[in-house]
Design a protein around this ligand. Structure first.
Ligand code: F6P
Length: 382
């Protein structure tokens, strides 16, 4: 196991310079799909902890670093210097590393799932890790809940561009994703208008329509399709035809990847890798073909994809991520094991992970954002 031995507790070179034996050694891990702002959380948490005289370790690639499949590294002030504005995560991430369902390749090429949680906990113990900050979405929250049940001391920071974690007003990464989608909509407007075309743009979000709804309303889309409001393609075409009839010869349709027609289901993209969740996508292309067939209008589709996850986090996301990182360290100091930090404006609070996982967060079709979108003439295809 790379670097684990060197990090065994008491190795003076790796402890905080101002103290001989740290009062506390914490570790940070980032799991699931990355989101702009992860590095700002890592930086804020590491600095807050180091300034308390604690030792901080970074677990590489989700929990792989604690299972001998990647590294565990010391996070010193130097390591986290100048990273707050960077996208991605210096600790890397994976969406295939659930320690309770870890994929193992068999000699015949097939995969089985193994529970490797005891190994993870034992390696954390050997490293003298007193507490863990797990930064992730639903999957990471579930892992944290189960590790807590086995006695590990874990505090969570919610992360996802999809904004589908309940208990928090928003998650960092969402604002950046919305702004990226918004810029794309602005660009599509000019080309769509020049060619009298319909442009269908697919955005991320899994089973939640927040990115589509927020970017679509802010970007003055004509149609927004979200999983929470199943659509009728006839109604979508009605809106496009109506626009034509009043001389607006182009239309912009923003569709969440998880959207589906009434009585239908969302699109899946090929096969998932072992240990990976179902990959959602492909709806924009299907809708574009239907619109062209029904209306006779030239229609193009575009999948914005991982552009929404990359790049520099917005100021809002950097600030939220930094507040979450600081709050996670305070939660450890207050021994709030099994809790997640959350934004309940204007405050950052902590909530039991169980409570968060017990509730699904989706767009409420009667929310003011949806009502305002309808009032301004946007169609939801219903
Ligand atoms: O959950 C974040 C997210 O970006 C979803 O919006 C999207 O469906 C999924 O991850 C894509 O995952 P991957 O990076 O594995 O393609």
């Amino acid at each position: 196991m790379r670097r684990l031995d060197a990090l065994a507790r008491g190795t003076s070179a790796l402890t905080h310079p101002s103290i001989i034996t740290p009062q506390m050694r914490i570790a940070i891990s980032t799991g699931g799909g990355d989101a702009p702002g992860l590095n700002a959380v890592i930086r804020a948490a590491a600095l807050s902890a180091i300034n308390r005289g604690w030792d901080v370790l970074g677990i590489k690639r989700g929990f792989a670093g604690l299972m001998g499949e990647d590294e565990v590294i010391p996070l010193t002030k130097n390591e986290v210097r100048g990273i707050g504005h960077l996208g991605g995560t210096i600790l890397r991430s994976t969406n295939r590393g659930h320690p309770f369902h870890y994929p193992r390749k068999q000699p015949d090429g097939s995969y089985i799932e193994e529970d490797r949680s005891d190994e993870l906990i034992e390696n954390a113990r050997k490293l003298g890790i007193d507490a863990l900050i797990s930064i992730g979405g639903d999957g990471s929250l579930d892992i944290a809940r189960r590790l807590c049940a086995k006695g590990m001391k874990v505090v969570c920071v919610p992360k996802t561009i999809d904004n589908d974690v309940s208990g928090t007003v928003t998650t960092f990464g969402f604002d950046t994703a919305v702004n990226t989608a918004l810029e794309a909509i602005d660009r599509l407007h000019t080309t769509a208008e020049s060619h009298d075309r319909v442009m269908v743009m697919e955005v991320m979000g899994r089973d939640a329509g927040f990115i589509a709804l927020h970017s679509g309303l802010a970007g003055s889309a004509d149609v927004i399709l979200i999983p929470e409001i199943p659509y009728d393609i006839g109604k979508v075409c009605e809106k496009i035809r109506y626009r034509d009839s009043v001389g607006r010869m182009f239309s912009i349709v923003v569709v969440a990847e998880g959207a589906f027609p009434r009585g239908g289901h969302s699109h899946t993209l090929g096969e998932s890798l072992p240990g990976q969740a179902r990959r959602i996508g492909g709806v924009a292309d299907a809708i574009a073909r239907e619109i062209q067939m029904i209306t006779g209008k030239e229609t193009r589709s575009l999948v914005l994809g991982h552009l929404q996850r990359g790049g520099v986090p917005t100021g809002y996301d950097r600030l939220l991520a930094t507040r979450f990182g600081g709050a996670a360290v305070r939660a450890i100091a207050d021994e709030k094991w099994g809790q997640m930090v959350a934004l309940q404006s204007p405050n950052i609070v902590t909530l039991p992970i169980e409570e968060v996982l017990g509730e699904t967060k989706r767009v409420n079709p009667t929310h003011d954002v949806v009502m305002t979108a309808r009032a301004t003439g946007i169609s939801f295809g219903d």
